[in-house]
Design a protein around this ligand. Structure first.
Ligand code: NOJ
Length: 554
């Protein structure tokens, strides 16, 4: 397999322009501010930046309510600033992915406004209407407790319109070929301005058939192939990273049997079971989730993440498992959301315990796929549970101990900067952590550097090795004659594991520790014994120091 699939060994960093860095002092982050921080991101080792929606929007769902697909919200800058940004990334060898939110528009979008005003408008059938109130209009809401239904009557249109999400996000009729052509045009536009692909929002809903008579969504998977084909005709390296929280038995429908659909998807199955393992110290369900999501075409890749900008959705766990995670990480009602998830950032969930944070990120970096780091996680930022819904984990980036965490000169930031308690900007910020060699930030930079030097993770095949305890996950990767081994102790007590890292019958010499000088020699029985501290982790290269000589990709 050629090495050109850049996303196989990428480090993706996700941020929202409005809360990253404000250069013009109006309290809202902007592209000019972001451009000033590109050297920081390059220094951290980021190879691709995923921007959350920045197009003009009433901002009622953090920009996931787009009012114009071909522009930049004036709060964040201009199209010119955007191109300066993509060019700045290119100069530093970083790629740009942007959100593609085409399941729905904002109700303020000109298309919807015209569609509701005039039944003969060319935009009328870009949306999904019903003359009468559809049966089951209360079913299928995505935000239970906040969203009441999936159909709302529009007095102007004198009809009901369908919205999978909030009522201000009318669904586009994505089965309409004219709408599909427009989606391609949107992709083509941003490709031309320098992006390398799209994080596609809400993919299962984009491809679902929509309409009053439809009770069970039927997916039109082939739509994904046409998106993919267009992308690659226009620009060979461009990818789609899909947001699809689906069961493993449909993964291949999304990737396509021969990899002809999406190149990447977030691995929600592994994400949820990973949090169960962190909460319970039992790695078995995580190991099963890894196995269940293993089959995928050679060109496809998982996006691995811990927390993202939404709630930690635990809907795929059993009730007992979910209760264990709630009890450990979100015991208060105020920490929970939509009856299925936890809305906190990772650091407070793990009580700021550096051992557990390192273990969690080390794990994320070594699971099969490409890691996606969320802004602020590299310094262990916290949350503000006084903010509504998911906003609690979307507070501005904490750059320094200056006023407003150095995010803005304004005293009214777009969302409050965390200013109280253990996670306040006085205690948690980039400037201080930069100067401290033992900080989380510098640890993160080192682990990212090492992750990039171990392409086996992104490219290779993995095996889960049996060890003496279910509290330790042992994984081995093989690729092009090289092998690496990772151990993670999920338990609060030290564990000694004995293992034979190689395939049966092979000679396993040294295990070279990639993070320290603590290498491991096999015992006389050919087995290795490794003593892991509580929440300890190890990165080993199997079989000696000469691997660089054997690496065939360098
Ligand atoms: C998924 C996004 O991650 C979430 O933030 C948003 O609210 C919905 N899609 C609707 O666009």
């Amino acid at each position: 397999m050629i090495n050109d699939l850049w996303y196989k060994n990428a480090i993706i960093y996700c941020l929202s322009v409005g809360t990253f860095m404000d250069a013009d002092g109006d309290g809202v982050g902007d592209f000019k501010g972001l451009i000033r921080r590109l050297d920081y991101l390059q220094g951290l080792g980021v190879t691709a930046i995923w921007l959350m929606p920045f197009q003009p929007s009433p901002q009622r769902d953090n920009g996931y309510d787009v009012a114009d697909y071909y522009g930049v919200d004036p709060r964040f800058g201009t199209l010119g600033d955007f191109v300066e940004f993509t060019n700045g990334c290119k100069q530093r060898g970083m790629r740009v992915l942007i959100d593609l939110v085409v399941n729905h528009t904002s109700d303020q979008h000109a298309w919807f406004q015209e569609a509701r005003r005039d039944p003969k408008s060319r935009y009328r059938d870009w949306y999904v209407w019903s003359e009468k109130k559809p049966a089951h209009s209360e079913d299928g809401v995505v935000f239970p407790g906040v969203q009441k239904s999936t159909w709302t009557r529009d007095p102007l249109a004198k009809a009901w319109y369908f919205h999978r999400f909030y009522e201000f996000q009318p669904d586009l009729d994505t089965a309409n070929p004219v709408v599909q052509a427009e989606i391609l045009k949107i992709m083509g536009f941003w490709l031309q301005l320098g992006v390398s692909g799209f994080r596609m929002d809400a993919v299962p809903f984009v491809i679902a058939r929509k309409g009053a008579g439809i009770t069970k969504p039927v997916e039109q998977y082939d739509m994904l192939r046409s998106f993919r084909e267009f992308l690659q005709w226009r620009q060979g390296e461009a990818i789609i990273l899909g947001e699809a929280n689906v069961l493993p038995n449909t993964d291949m429908e999304y990737f396509g049997e021969t990899g002809e659909r999406m190149q990447m998807m977030f691995n929600f199955q592994v994400n949820q079971h990973l949090f169960y393992a962190l909460a319970s110290s039992d790695t078995r369900p995580l190991a099963r989730a890894l196995k269940a999501t293993e089959p995928r075409p050679a060109t496809a890749q998982w996006g691995l993440f811990l927390r993202n900008h939404d709630e930690l959705d635990l809907g795929r766990l059993t009730k007992t498992q979910r209760d264990v995670v709630f009890a450990a990480f979100g015991p208060d009602k105020n920490m929970q959301l939509y009856n299925r998830g936890i809305r906190r950032r990772l650091a407070p969930m793990l009580q700021g315990d550096r051992r557990r944070l390192e273990m969690a990120y080390s794990l994320m970096m070594t699971l099969p796929g490409t890691p996606v780091v969320r802004y602020g996680d590299e310094i262990g930022m916290g949350d503000d549970l006084s903010l509504p819904e998911r906003n609690c984990a979307r507070t501005p980036m904490q750059w320094s101990s200056e006023a407003q965490g150095g995010f803005t000169y304004s005293d009214s930031p777009v969302l409050p900067v965390i200013g109280d308690g253990a996670y306040s900007y006085e205690h948690v910020n980039v400037a201080d952590q930069r100067r401290d060699p033992d900080s989380m930030l510098n640890w993160m930079e080192r682990i990212i550097r090492m992750r990039k030097e171990v392409p086996e993770i992104g490219w290779g095949t993995f095996a889960i090795l049996r060890v003496d305890t279910d509290e330790v996950l042992a994984m081995r990767y093989d690729w092009r004659g090289n092998a690496v081994l990772f151990l993670h102790n999920f338990g609060a007590v030290p564990r000694e594991v004995t293992l034979r890292p190689g395939a049966e019958g092979t000679h396993d010499s040294l295990l070279v520790n990639l993070l320290s000088n603590d290498h491991s020699e096999p015992g006389t029985n050919g087995r290795h014994s490794v003593l892991l501290e509580p929440y300890g982790y190890r990165w080993f290269r199997v079989g000696g120091l000469d691997y660089l000589l054997r690496r065939s990709d360098v």
